[in-house]
Design a binder for this molecule. Sequence first.
Ligand code: LIP
Length: 277
Amino acid sequence: MPDLWQDAMDHAVTLARKAGKIVRDALQNDMKIMCKSSSVDLVTKTDQNVEQLIITSVKEKFPEHSFIGEESVAAGEPCVLTENPTWIVDPVDGTTNFVHGYPFVAISIGFAVNKTLEFGVVYSCIEDKMYTARKGKGAFCNGQPLQVSDQKEINQSIIATEFGSNRDPDAVDKIFSSMRKILCLPVHGIRGAGSAAINMCLVASGCVEAYYEIGIHCWDVAAGAVIVSEAGGVLMDVEGGPMDLMSRRVLAANNNTIGERIVNEIEAFSADRDDAP
Ligand code: LIP
């Protein structure tokens, strides 16, 4: 049976590659940095241009599809996931890295139909790694199949997380406290690439056993979620139970044993939902 969404996925890969070149070229030039919700929530002209390129091309090729994009939402567009085929896009995931030339920056394109994620494309454009996954068909990096780690012992694991852009002292205390508890389990280490999408691809690749964060957005993790689950991993909320794409909380793990062990240590808090009215 023909795959209804393969054409869209192929187009997402082409767009991600094109966008990656724009990002790499922009690193050679002076960039104009602006702030969004706070002085540590950054955006550049490149984020906006790349998102525009992707929207324009998607609208031309798939005029009936919907779109949720980080910069469009920042500009006031609604962030609502409907049943309609929807592209969920972060044009530059790891904008702070990009601004500082820290070499982990990704273009993240997720695609959902009937609120179910169908494919994910994450292009780590400085490393030139193209991660792809189609529901039911496995996950790949530059065409090579991905498989999560088979580790079940938390004290043999590496956990990825981020500080994010929340500087509310109570939230920061909880973030540190969770990290302290996890570090002292003990685990082999805590890491963070500075890009949610890349962190999720690292789980899918078997380099880290789990990644969790509170404060991310749906566009940071939609593509990565498909890549993790197609590589054999699991997704959950930071307090356990199913992951809710709009909740701004995510825990991706190689298996339930590691995921649930991490859940026990996280001091959870809530962030305003992406789809809050
Ligand atoms: C960023 C994430 C990062 C997270 C930041 C932010 P952006 O996305 O990928 O992991 O810690 O809070 O959401 O803003 O660079 O697209």
